[in-house]
Design a protein around this ligand. Structure first.
Ligand SMILES: Cc1cc2nc3c(=O)[nH]c(=O)nc-3n(C[C@H](O)[C@H](O)[C@H](O)COP(=O)(O)OP(=O)(O)OC[C@H]3O[C@@H](n4cnc5c(N)ncnc54)[C@H](O)[C@@H]3O)c2cc1C
Ligand code: FES
Length: 345
């Protein structure tokens, strides 16, 4: 049995006992320490922690989403790592995130369904009764639609200011459970269960420049973060939003983004599309990660938030690190396919 000390971002500490052959995350959950996690299979990087001292290693039969350079720097995925000695780990979020808000299941109903792009739904849910439900901008919830047994994860695209309403931006995938419901059956007043809040993708209280990179509906938590920035007291840091969609036709939320620029002059925006057909278009042709490569990073304390599909996150992490950003200043939320994100639950 090994003792592992967990150091949270807000200075809080927890000590857990980890058995031989037990993953560190499993040991924490067994002892009532609800560390942030998603897939429990090494593929989403949500449970990442920094090894300070000791010996914590990835299980030899697990392939993980960590880059070799991250592992060499002491990053460990707690869902896939064993403790071989008494050790100390640093978590990238405050203890208040997991102890301050309780995950609960609440009832809600469909207040509105809009279509900002042909394959993007903007769903607005209104909480039915539980007016204590709260969350941090950037977090996600799980939704259970009428007639389905499965849950799906969605980032909240709004802030607590809009409660009792919650907004979501949802990509429609052909044949998908939630996608088909939204496309064909969803009606105002439908009852939907919400479980949450979940996740550690939240704004950091830093004064350094902020880079937001969003691909497709990965814009959802970023919109919530930008709206929170708008109301933060004190001067705002320089902010850069790089937002990209697959094509010009799929592009959405231009007006919403322009509105944020108007509210916050510190916000600079690069819009991109993988394919740009119109030669007069103001869109950068390429993905939102490549679009940022042209922007020199001058402040070593710059913080980046990335949200989108796993390939975008991986490319973003690699590129930002090469551009001089400290890996511990890069925060990401991956929109894993349901089958992966629910594995191990
Ligand atoms: C933390 C987190 C936050 C997320 N936030 C968002 C968000 O804000 N917005 C967003 O759009 N998405 C988000 N996602 C992704 C979301 O949870 C769903 O995975 C996505 O919406 C698809 O759900 P669905 O029910 O429509 O499709 P699913 O039923 O999950 O199916 C997905 C695709 O797989 C295909 N498929 C399903 N089963 C099979 C099978 N057995 N064999 C072959 N193909 C199959 C379907 O036809 C479909 O094309 C998030 C994911 C995570 C983990
Ligand atoms: S990688 Fe550990 S929870 Fe996903």
């Amino acid at each position: 049995m090994r003792t592992v000390t967990l150091h949270f971002e807000d200075g809080e500490q927890r000590r857990i006992k980890v058995r031989e052959g037990e993953f560190v995350l499993d040991a924490a959950l067994r002892q009532g320490v609800p560390l942030v996690h998603q897939c429990r299979s090494g593929s989403c990087s949500t449970c990442v922690a920094q090894l300070i001292t000791g010996n914590i290693e990835t299980a030899s039969d697990r392939s993980t989403s960590l880059l070799a350079i991250e592992a060499a720097e002491g990053k460990r995925l707690l869902c896939s790592s064993y403790a071989h000695a008494d050790s100390e780990l640093a978590l990238h979020y405050p203890a208040s995130l997991i102890y301050g808000t309780r995950i609960k299941v609440v009832e809600a109903s469909v207040a509105a369904l809009e279509w900002p792009a042909p394959s993007v739904a903007r769903l607005t849910l209104e909480l039915a009764t539980d007016r204590d439900f709260t969350f941090r901008s950037g977090q996600y919830v799980r939704l259970k639609i009428p007639g389905a047994n499965e849950w799906r994860s969605y980032s909240i695209a709004s802030t607590v200011r809009e409660l009792p309403c919650l907004h979501f931006l949802i990509r429609i995938l052909e044949g998908g459970v939630v996608s088909e419901y939204l496309r064909t059956r969803c009606r105002q007043g439908d009852e939907i269960l919400i479980e949450g809040p979940m996740g550690a993708f939240i704004l950091r209280p830093v004064k350094a420049p902020q880079i937001f990179i969003a691909g497709g509906t990965g814009l959802a938590p970023i919109m919530a973060m930008l709206d929170e920035m708008r109301y933060r007291p004190g001067p705002r840091p320089p902010m850069l939003l790089s937002f990209g969609c697959a094509s010009e036709r799929q592009f959405f939320y231009r007006d919403e983004i322009e509105l944020r620029q108007w509210w916050m002059p510190e916000l600079r925006v690069i819009l991109s599309a993988d394919r740009v057909e119109n030669r007069n278009s103001d869109l950068y042709e390429g993905n939102p990660v490549a679009a940022v490569a042209r922007e020199p990073i001058t402040d070593r304390e710059t913080v980046a938030y990335l949200c989108g599909p796993p390939t975008m996150i991986e490319a973003g992490r690699r590129q930002l690190t090469e551009m001089g950003l400290a890996p511990e200043h890069i925060y990401a939320e991956q929109f894993l396919p349901s089958a992966i994100s629910l594995a191990g639950r």
